[in-house]
Ligand binder design. Structure first.
Ligand code: PLP
Length: 404
């Protein structure tokens, strides 16, 4: 049975902590992690939680307890990971377009370094030679993913080193004696078709033949979870079977045993999250009925930024007659969460909940319009814990320097 919070629990949280509020369900995160472990049990697999999806320190600590390693895209995420108790060796640092100093800072903290361009690869080789292992992020030139903005492996993408630059990579590795232990790719987000991963894996195996000291192949992420009721999620069981077969065949042919690494973000935390808002205003215009809520793209930007769909429910009138609404925010800009949604009749003051709000929700929030960032709550063992206080007015001025 899939773990879920009830409307009653969510309403109690809204009453106790106020709205808007992000709520995360610890047991659901654990359930997702365990699904991955089970699916890949025939492989030598490791899972690095891509923490840019949600970095609250309690979420990091919980994922560590559940058994995950950590994927970080900035030096500050690395520091948060260490603070949450991860060992340096459990952390993979996968930044892009950062300067050499930031790479060195990661190296000095002892974490795995994933290098995404030739310039840094060469500087790293010149400075450290064979003394510090590196992983190389490749661009396999595969177009995949739910939306162009979240596709990272295609030919125009800024990410990774093109597989067509293999000869150049080899020259650097040979001349600087770089110790390459991993090859990485990440083709994007929301990839339902397991063949995209398998296609990528074939490319990686081809590349792997050129690196004698390789220990792992990292296929990144892109595991899809359902956002709409009738949507499928990536069939991780099927992918697990196919990946195990492919690695066994590679090992048989080359005599090399490789680990498989993944970096799930969304898959681990998306469904664990609920974003509760309050209906401020019901506004009937000539064309539509708007529900104006006490939030906006300053708190949940995915619908406006990625055209993403979040299921919405009116949890405080769940038996009300269904009507068609357009749900909008309170920001002075067009911030539409959803057009033409059937909701149980919404009255001013009702609580609406956005589902799948765990990943890239709070994390992408801002203070636009001088509005305050919402609180975050973690539910574990049936208990609700405040894990981030709602902003207060003083936070808006905190780093401002008054000179006039
Ligand atoms: C964002 C990102 C991920 C996670 O992607 P999801 O779609 O959230 O699973 C994994 N690896 C890298 C390098 C990323 O940038």
């Amino acid at each position: 049975m899939s773990q879920q919070l009830s409307n009653k629990q969510l309403i109690a949280i809204a009453e106790e902590f106020g709205t808007p509020v992000y709520v995360y369900h610890a047991e659901k995160i654990a359930e997702q992690y365990q699904k991955l472990e089970k699916a890949f049990k025939k492989s030598d697999a490791k899972f690095f939680y891509a923490c840019k999806a949600l970095t609250n320190i309690n979420i990091l600590k919980w994922l560590r307890q559940v058994g995950a390693s950590l994927d970080c895209v900035s030096i500050n995420e690395v520091k948060l990971g260490l603070k949450a108790g991860f060992e340096p060796k459990q952390i993979l640092f996968t930044p892009n377009c950062v300067d050499f100093e930031e790479i060195e800072a990661g190296k000095n903290l002892g974490v795995h370094i994933n290098i995404d361009n030739i310039s840094i690869l060469e500087q790293f080789g010149n400075r450290y030679g064979s003394t510090y292992p590196v992983c190389i992020r490749l661009n396999p030139h595969i177009m995949a993913g739910g939306n162009y903005k979240i596709s990272t492996g295609h030919v125009d993408s800024k990410f990774g080193i093109s597989i067509h630059q293999l000869r150049h990579i080899e020259r650097i590795v040979k001349s600087t004696k770089l110790h390459v232990t991993g090859l990485h790719m990440h083709t994007g987000s929301e990839i339902k078709d397991v063949n995209v991963f398998l296609q990528g894996l074939e490319v990686m195996f081809e590349m792997a033949r050129h690196f004698d000291e390789l220990e792992f192949i990292d296929l990144g992420s892109g595991f899809k979870v359902p956002y709409q009721a009738d949507e499928a999620e990536t069939d991780v069981d099927q992918l697990g079977e196919k990946v195990a077969e492919a690695f066994a065949a590679f090992e048989k042919e080359t005599g090399k045993h490789l680990q498989i690494w993944f970096e799930p973000g969304k898959y681990l935390v998306s469904e664990s999250g609920y974003f509760i808002v309050k209906a401020n205003i019901i506004k009937q215009t000539t064309a539509t009925v708007f529900v104006g809520v006490n939030s906006g793209f300053n708190h949940l930007i995915r619908p406006m930024f990625y055209d993403s769909y979040h299921r919405i429910e009116n949890i405080s009138n769940s038996k009300g007659a269904e009507r068609i609404y357009t749900v909008v925010g309170n920001i002075c800009e067009t911030d539409t969460f959803a057009w033409d949604r059937k909701l149980n009749e919404v009255r001013e003051g009702d609580y609406l909940v956005f589902y799948n709000a765990g990943a890239y929700g709070f994390e992408m929030s801002s203070n636009f319009n001088s509005r305050l960032k919402p609180a975050e709550v973690l539910v574990k063992d049936g208990q609700a814990h405040l894990i981030r206080s709602r902003d207060v007015f003083e936070d808006l001025l905190r780093n401002q320097v008054e000179v006039l």
